[in-house]
Design a protein around this ligand. Structure first.
Ligand SMILES: Cc1cc2nc3c(=O)[nH]c(=O)nc-3n(C[C@H](O)[C@H](O)[C@H](O)COP(=O)(O)OP(=O)(O)OC[C@H]3O[C@@H](n4cnc5c(N)ncnc54)[C@H](O)[C@@H]3O)c2cc1C
Length: 416
């Protein structure tokens, strides 16, 4: 196949790829740019609202746009998948065999969901009481199941080992289900359990302290170091490996009526198997500049970047301006900025009308944007989650507009 060339090639037209392309377009008054996005997807989803869809508080249709409609004007869309990277030759190979060369590369193909990583998951997902907010194809079934729970029901929520998209999302689903049952007057007659493969409820201790209390308030039994390994859909049984503690090495088998699964996730195989990957398979970029440590004309952001931030669209929002400024520095001359501080945010829906807004940077330092106590659930955060953030995403972030208030890096934990 014939080779083609673009000055800036963006792999992945998700939250990160579209935001970077749109911001680059806005910089065109400074310098003309030739930008292309490679992405095979027909649809783009605002995945951050999937938790709300699973809880019946948001329409799936409102999370979806045609990819064609969100590619910024004058950006070339190559509607194919990248199959491999050859950074020494400044090229990628597409699934159809075409080679595309580039001067600068932005790597943002997101996370790969490994549905095959749990025995029985592929077979039973979407039926036999097995749902997941982690795909547009299965998220509506979450709410169907939630609505179908009767007194005596057992609802089981699981969390896979890291890395996963939005590490707070698995427990959010449990809180919404619990609150739904409470509103229906049957909460005390149902069992709600949350089992996570991680050793703590949340990776940031400042917020984890509060979340432990919130789970207890919901009367949700939380089990740590429990990794879902098998589902028997017909028998309605979930089987866990206990990975640490007194019961390490044992299997735990739970009956369920509703099983919400967080599927295992990883770097996409084609990235993992490339010279761009670090030991964990993600793009080996500098934590603050997002520039590749070896290939200086390569950047990565979003879920595919090998940085220690929480894998969220909120992180993308703060990473994209840094990547764009650094690309322009490379093109026009200028010093690379180490300006990304690891910001990520996880609006934890702890009930209908209740959100704990977890915002933090590298090292787990809390960095709230609003002057509100970040340890508390606030009604305004529910409005931010359900109304403001979707608008911010579609109308500002994906359009490359500057409308983002700064987070407070000087916040001091009053309880420390
Ligand atoms: C259930 C759930 C809840 C979430 N909640 C929140 C939240 O509350 N707040 C928050 O900020 N974030 C949340 N997120 C996370 C957020 O959606 C992601 O962090 C964000 O979308 C990452 O952006 P990205 O561009 O890196 O990846 P994505 O947006 O996933 O985009 C990746 C793109 O790469 C493309 N691609 C894949 N393979 C290839 C290939 N081989 N070649 C070319 N293109 C390819 C895909 O088609 C896709 O368009 C949630 C996610 C889920 C699933």
């Amino acid at each position: 196949m014939a080779a083609r060339h673009h000055q800036i090639l963006i792999v992945g037209g998700g939250a990160a790829g579209i935001t970077v392309a749109a911001r680059l377009r806005k910089a065109e008054h400074e310098i003309p740019l030739d930008i292309a996005i490679v992405d095979p997807a027909e649809a783009h989803y605002y995945q951050a609202a999937f938790t709300l869809v699973g809880g019946g508080a948001f329409e799936l249709a409102d999370t979806r746009r045609n990819e064609a409609d969100i590619i910024p004007p004058d950006v070339t869309w190559i509607k194919d998948a990248v199959a491999s990277f050859s950074p020494d030759a400044n090229s990628v190979t597409l699934a159809d065999g075409t080679t595309v060369t580039y001067t600068y590369l932005v790597v943002c193909p997101g996370l790969q969901i490994n549905w095959g990583g749990i025995k029985g998951l592929k077979e039973y997902i979407g039926r036999y009481g097995v749902c997941s907010n982690y795909s547009p194809n299965t998220v509506e079934y979450t709410f169907q199941l939630q609505k179908s729970l009767k007194p005596g029901a057992k609802a089981v929520f699981t969390q896979a080992p890291m890395p996963i998209k939005c590490p707070g999302a698995p427990q959010k689903a449990a809180y919404l289900a619990s609150d739904y049952l409470r509103k229906g007057g049957i909460r005390e007659h149902c069992e709600v359990r949350f089992l996570t493969a991680t050793p703590a409820i949340f990776g940031v201790p400042f917020y984890a302290k509060e979340l432990v209390k919130i789970a207890a308030r919901h009367n949700i039994e939380v089990s740590y170091n429990h990794n879902l390994v098998e589902i028997d859909g017909r028998g309605r049984k979930a089987i866990f490996d206990v990975t640490a503690g007194d019961k390490q090495g044992q299997k735990v088998v739970l009956d369920y009526d509703m099983l919400h699964v967080t599927p295992p996730q990883s770097a996409p195989d084609f990235l993992k198997n490339s010279p761009l990957a670090n030991a964990t398979g993600f793009a080996d970029v500098h934590a603050n500049s997002l520039q590749h440590v070896k290939y200086k004309n390569v950047f990565s952001l979003g879920d595919a970047a090998g940085t220690a931030n929480s894998k969220t669209a909120a992180a993308v929002r703060k990473q994209a301006p840094v990547v764009v400024r650094n690309l322009l520095h490379l093109i026009k001359g200028g010093a690379i900025e180490e300006a990304y501080d690891g910001y990520g945010a996880c609006p934890l829906t702890t009930g209908y009308g209740k959100v704990l807004m977890a915002e933090f940077i590298y090292g787990g330092k809390p960095t709230p944007t609003l002057p509100l106590d970040p340890r508390k659930e606030h009604l305004v955060n529910w409005w931010i989650k359900t109304t403001f953030l979707p608008r911010l995403y579609w109308d500002y972030m994906l359009k490359g507009k500057e409308a983002f208030p700064a987070h407070n890096t000087n916040y001091v934990d009053p309880g420390a």
